[in-house]
Design a protein around this ligand. Sequence first.
Ligand code: ADP
Length: 506
Amino acid sequence: MGVHVSLRESLSFVVALDQGTTSSRAVVFDAHCRPVAASQREFQQHYPRPGWVEHDPLELWHSQQAVLAAALRKAGIEPRRLAAIGIANQRETTLVWERRTGRPIARAIVWQDRRTAPICDRLRADGLAGAIRRRTGLVIDPYFSGTKLKWLLDHTPGARARARRGELLFGTVDTWLIWQLTGGVVHATDASNAARTMLFDIRRQCWDRELLAALDIPPAMLPEVRDSAGQFGHWQWRGARIPIMGVAGDQQAALFGQGCTAPGMAKNTYGTGCFLLLNTGNRPSAKPANLLATVAWRLGGNVTYALEGSVLVAGAAVQWLRDGLRIIAAAPESERLARQAGAAEEVYVVPAFAGLGAPYWDMYARGAIFGLTRGADRAQIVKATLESLAFQTRDVLEAMQSGTGVRLRRLRVDGGAAANDFLMQFQADILGVRVERPPLLETTALGAARLAGLAVGMWPLKSPCTVPAGRMRVFTPRASVRWRERRYARWRDAVARTRGWLVDER
Ligand code: ADP
């Protein structure tokens, strides 16, 4: 017993890497799942053409490495006290690098990138939508890695032949970080990330040969798919060998971090995009067809599935206010401006910058502002932009409820933009549902840490370290049904007018 206790004390920290779309973060958690130190760094977004979004793979790795070191320094702990590393990552973003040198052959194509819309049209014309839905749980859309990988192989001279010879490796961001952390020893991913490639059979839990053939992707370049909690190799740091023990896509990690481990539990994350995930237990949900069936996590070979509504642009629209329009200096300022705006002007911003995700799946929609009058000002546009996050969430929730018959009575939220009280109150008002916000918004990092902690026996599933409910901030609906339905109907009308905008490019 004594030995057991001292071992647990000496290994009492877990560090989570949260490699997001806008920033790299690292959070150190103690044995009670309390965050003790964190570090964060934004990195550059590249928009080389309209609809294209890229990240520099080395910048992703270097920023992640820097925040990892900084968080450990802040925590002031010895390397030997780190029990494990967990990784949560932006999903679908596609990388290809050289096996021998680790050099990327191109910038990473980010999940929001739309350049592969024509490839998607072809897949649909070839009648593959049904098979893709049945096997991968996904709809055909540029969002997922498969067509991005094909594009990289098509547009990099010699790449396909090199990939066939085993010289090039494919990975999503988790795989890239694992490869870097282990010094090129481990080329692996977890089932939750594999499920986002449009190449993975989520029932049989293997790469799908037919889909690989349809996209002309050499199987030799694919990573090995492992459980979400388990061995992914070691990171060597100051003489210590720290095992990487937990890996999941950021949204699935947040679902785990929110403690939504039973069927019927759901959370909504307001990050770059908005992602509503409902735990559906040990079966992927076939309905509704306009949401995604995906792997939540795989533990000891057992798969838990989730139904997901993915909104492609949410917090990214707030970033656009800051960096594109430059009408706010920082994201939190949006709250003050929205409160100033008043209710007289009714402006609608549809941030379909990257087309529309769930439940519309329209690659050719583009953004628009509706309802402008001479009285509309900066505050109105900021307010309407925040409201668009809540409207899009309602779109997804309506689809989820009608497809599954599940009625959500409360919505658990997290992510950067969930810090915005105006937005959360508006969300409760427009849904007519209680919105519950935990004190810790870093649930993605917590989820990655918990998966890693589970694998090393620190936090068994049955004794979860979740947020005490008493400390939740609750937003209760205040608006009338009439107001809610009128505003929502206007939103639906605004969305309808953005559909298929790029008609000429079809
Ligand atoms: P990701 O993991 O996708 O990088 P985060 O969860 O870190 O995203 O959230 C960052 C996003 O949230 C950014 O797009 C930012 O514009 C938005 N955001 C952050 N704080 C606020 C705020 N107070 N109000 C509205 N949006 C915010």
